[in-house]
Design a protein around this ligand. Structure first.
Ligand SMILES: Nc1ncnc2c1ncn2[C@@H]1O[C@H](COP(=O)(O)OP(=O)(O)OP(=O)(O)O)[C@@H](O)[C@H]1O
Ligand SMILES: [Mg+2]
Length: 285
């Protein structure tokens, strides 16, 4: 039997949460589609999943999922509502934190405000297994902070020179300025599995040569797929609208792989999502 003392520490028995930021450097490589579909697929696998739209200037997770949010992160930042009120339910029980599009002040938050947004999540009293974070294009402070704050950053890259150089630039800045030493890679819009693997090999070779202290891990490839475009038109996730399509199968497989990752056991000692849960978990009994 536990003592009153240990019961006190046991009380907030919420699990640590696995967090994955989806990023890529270049615009239009498929970050939002990858985020939305991984989150929906994880929810379908029974993982309690939260999808955060962290593209603060040009948010569109809600558009891709056909949701009409009452409140967004902009209302939270201006103190008009709580994080709990911003949450909206998506497909398969997925929880979504939508952001606002076209509010310039959201795209121009100060670095301390980005850290503040990360810390707001510590107050969320929900039992969750995974959080997926869709980030903006570029290597701005918001992108770097959300990637740093997640356990893993998944870089979406496609087979064009600008995507590869932007992915490399982003990995370099994450490694040098934010201490990120592990990066996941997802190849998108590929014409074959071989193309995806070759793309990963190319990126990992330049990172090894010019950055050094960062390890890359290949999560898989998503084919170029007209069904995905059709799903975008219908404002649905392709894994739900056309689950047998090539892109849906690939995204579901990546989600299955990610669902087997272990949640973190201890905080890393810098900006981090849900850090207080980890501290509470590690509290002495
Ligand atoms: N695997 C794919 N097959 C076919 N089309 C795709 C695929 N992935 C993405 N697209 C198309 O590319 C476009 C851009 O995708 P998405 O909005 O997900 O990119 P993004 O990286 O989030 O863009 P931004 O940088 O503007 O946030 C979409 O219109 C989508 O239809
Ligand atoms: Mg996007």
């Amino acid at each position: 039997m536990s003592s009153p003392e240990s019961r006190r520490f046991d009380a907030p028995a919420m699990q640590p949460i696995r967090t994955l930021a989806v990023t890529g450097g270049k615009g239009g490589v498929g970050k939002t589609n990858v985020s939305v579909n991984l989150a929906v697929a994880l929810a379908e696998l029974g993982k309690r999943t939260l999808l955060l739209d962290a593209d603060l200037g040009l948010a569109n997770v809600d558009v891709l999922l056909g949701l009409s949010p009452q409140y967004t992160l902009a209302d939270l930042v201006s103190g008009r509502c709580s994080l709990e009120q911003v949450l909206i339910e998506g497909p398969a029980g997925l929880l979504v934190v939508p952001a606002a599009s076209g509010r310039r002040h959201m795209a121009e938050l100060r670095p301390a405000e980005h850290v503040g947004l990360v810390n707001v999540f510590s107050d969320l009293e929900r039992d969750l297994d995974v959080m997926v974070v869709d980030t903006a294009a570029g290597i701005t402070d918001s992108v770097l902070t959300f990637c740093q704050a997640a356990q893993d950053a998944a870089i979406v890259v496609c087979d064009e020179p600008a995507s590869i150089t932007d992915a490399y630039a982003l990995i370099k800045v994450l490694s040098r300025e934010r201490g990120v030493n592990r990066v996941q890679v997802i190849a998108n819009m590929v014409r074959s599995q071989n193309e995806g693997r070759a793309l990963y090999d190319k990126l990992s070779r330049v990172c090894e040569r010019f950055i050094g202290d960062v390890s890359l891990n290949y999560l898989g490839a998503v084919p170029q797929c007209d069904w995905l475009r059709l799903a975008v038109q219908r404002q649905q996730a392709v894994v739900r609208a056309y689950p047998a399509s090539p892109s849906a199968r690939a995204l579901s497989e990546i989600a299955r792989r990610a669902s087997r990752w272990q949640a973190p056991a201890a905080p890393r000692g810098n900006v981090e999502f849900f850090v207080e849960r980890m501290i509470r978990q590690g509290a002495p009994a």
